[in-house]
Design a protein around this ligand. Sequence first.
Ligand SMILES: Nc1ncnc2c1ncn2[C@@H]1O[C@H](COP(=O)(O)OP(=O)(O)OP(=O)(O)O)[C@@H](O)[C@H]1O
Ligand SMILES: [Mg+2]
Length: 416
Amino acid sequence: MKILVIGSGAREHALVWRLAQEADVICAPGNPGIEDEVECFAVAAVDTPGLIALAREQAVDLVVYGPEDPLILGGADAFRAAGFAVFGPGSAGAQLEGSKAFSKEFMVSAGIPTATHESFVDAQTAIEYARIRFADGYGVVVKASGNALGKGVIVCEDIFEAEDAIQRIMVDRIFGDAGAEIVIEDRLDGREFSLFTLISDNYAASLPIARDYKRIGTGDSGPNTGGMGSFSPDASITPDLLHEVEERIIRPTVVELHRRGLPYRGNLFTGVMLHKGRPHCLEFNVRFGDPETQSLMARIRGGFAAALYAAAVGEAIPPVEFSDDAAVTVVLASAGYPGEYTRGKRIEVGPVGENVKLFHAGTTVVDGWLVTNGGRVMSVTATGETVEAARFAAYQAVSSVRFEGMQYRSDIAESI
Ligand SMILES: Nc1ncnc2c1ncn2[C@@H]1O[C@H](COP(=O)(O)OP(=O)(O)OP(=O)(O)O)[C@@H](O)[C@H]1O
Ligand SMILES: [Mg+2]
């Protein structure tokens, strides 16, 4: 089987690395780390005609999308129309991530537990609603409905913050057209985790839990990022709790997709918050999460390519084999990230252990030197018999990587 993986981050590096152990893999556009694994082609992830031409020329059997934006734009639909098996939903299914207003309406009609909400296209009406919610004793969260690169959600402490958030998103358009519509929902409180589920029309198969760390700073301080680390498995998510998530969120989702005639073939990423001890659905994403994927790929023993292929063609999903080992991923970021960050810093990599993998994200090669070229530069993923052992190995490997201004969290997978 020949697989084309689309994307250029550490998530795609991890997918490529795993899939290449099971199949023949190529990647577009890739990055310097992915180039060390497989052949890469300089075609952008949103250049759908270019990618289809590449897939034809290379006679690929399966196309795997990494990032969400080409999916929201209909990349998978175009590939399917051209006769390819694709892992990744079409633009209709991708609205579960592309429009929070759609996704909330979907959850409500499917009977999925989620925060009470209203959607708005008018700022004044939105402000009046927020005032009423605060007056009734609720907190609110203001969300740009469109895709705002993980930055469109503002958790508000009081009505002044809510009014300010509505003003900035809807009127000042700080997230552009993503803020033409907003969702205001009640603020929930509790522990969060996410679940990845491979969906093949009416079949669903969830992967083990990987926990991620969103804030930039050790101890969960500072602003949100694309993700600063992850670990798997997460023993705090009990089988009973997982069962409840499957029954109350995943199963109704698959039924609702079917009821609406929305074929979905890809990964569904469900963000869950344990509000008052019960799972509530915070959001859906329509692709794999980064950096959870890096930890998950390190734990797979086999069957991943076959599972993605089955999902892509709408067949029952065969089990993916996971090892009992744990994996820990630490993200290395540039100085300044998640704000304005430095680029072009030379990266030095010393020897790392056999159970360690460096997944590239924001790296490039200039004059023969590997240099930084993004906010999140690399993921360091290590495995071990226990989370503690994997954590120790990951941090040992972190100390073999150097670039000016390198920042990372020192508490990934600590005291869990
Ligand atoms: N109703 C809520 N109550 C409390 N916190 C919330 C609520 N909704 C969202 N949050 C917080 O905001 C974060 C981001 O929200 P959400 O997942 O909807 O946004 P996103 O921008 O799509 O995120 P991602 O980049 O993970 O896709 C959540 O992980 C959670 O911590
Ligand atoms: Mg999201």
